[in-house]
Design a protein around this ligand. Sequence first.
Ligand code: SF4
Ligand code: SF4
Length: 377
Amino acid sequence: MIYKPFQDLKLSALGMGAMRLPVIGGDDGKIDEKAAADMVAWAMEHGVNYYDTAWGYHNGQSELVMGRALKAYPREQFYLATKFPGYDLANMDKVEEIFQEQLRKCAVDYFDFYLFHNVCEMNIDAYLDPKYGIYDYLMEQKKNGRIRHLGFSAHGSYDVMKRFLEAYGNDMEFCQIQLNYLDWSFQDAKGKVKLLKEYHIPVWVMEPLRGGKLASLQPEDEAALKALRPEEKVPAWAFRFLQSIPEVTMILSGMSNMEQMQENIRTFEEEKPLSAKEQETLLAIADGMVNKIALPCTACRYCTSHCPQGLDIPGLLALYNEHCFTGGGFLAPMALSAIPKDKWPSACVGCRSCEAVCPQQIKISEAMADFTSKLEG
Ligand code: SF4
Ligand code: SF4
């Protein structure tokens, strides 16, 4: 196992994410506890010392199951991370109640790592609002030793991350972002890594395989990679890409079975960062994947002053692209929930004034209609 320094700790470069544990009968709330415990045992035996859970994973069962599985090991043998569930605004005034309950659920006296969960467009105002006292309470827990390291995870845009960092950046010790070779440009992960570097904050990676999308590729893309590294499997390329980014300290993978865990642990036996040519090939494959589905909006904003509804057309198209590429998912609905309904794609009246000036000739009205039906569907 590769280890990375973090302050006075040595963290395994691969962390076990507990959001996609094996389940019984396809029910997300029914974790196969024996299989999960076996995976934890294998991880422990092979040097993984970082375990990442959260209040909401597996309908609240993940913290309980991970707490029970980890109880079999000395407390100093593992680092446990969980998060404040600010993705639900109803939780904002319950930080103390939730934190106490999390300690109970995880059967620990302290958390090694604790995060503001999912800082995004929808909750940034509440996260920064002193009336909820979230930041003050968590800083207090840090002082009294019940949180050893405080950080945040972010699914929001660069600008949202920047706002959060401007407020709390000096106290954040790590940040978890969606980072993989596809999102390097698509979700501006490259810009986010650079931003965190300015604050001297190390990067924790989530979705290294983009929810499994990068576990297999088109045959021609797989062949191009095989020609460069005949011994490397396709999922390993995603990890090798991340091993090439110096700011990355922790790579979390939400493994669902023992086979995935064993394969990932093998990949982390040694670092094999990509050469410039290999990176170029991989990023070209990513561009090809995105271009096949996404609309080529360049965010020039020529269209916006022509929209009688005042829609943020490039912003909505970026969300549409994400939604189409992921085949649904929570990111676009979450971002939309932060803006008024009269600025949603459903507010488009199909006048096509925007299309007359779009240099990319994007059929914007059709995209808005399709986005609306996908969201409703
Ligand atoms: S077609 Fe829709 S998005 Fe385009 S200008 Fe008209 S209302 Fe705005
Ligand atoms: S004019 Fe076309 S390319 Fe420019 S922001 Fe609008 S949709 Fe995007």
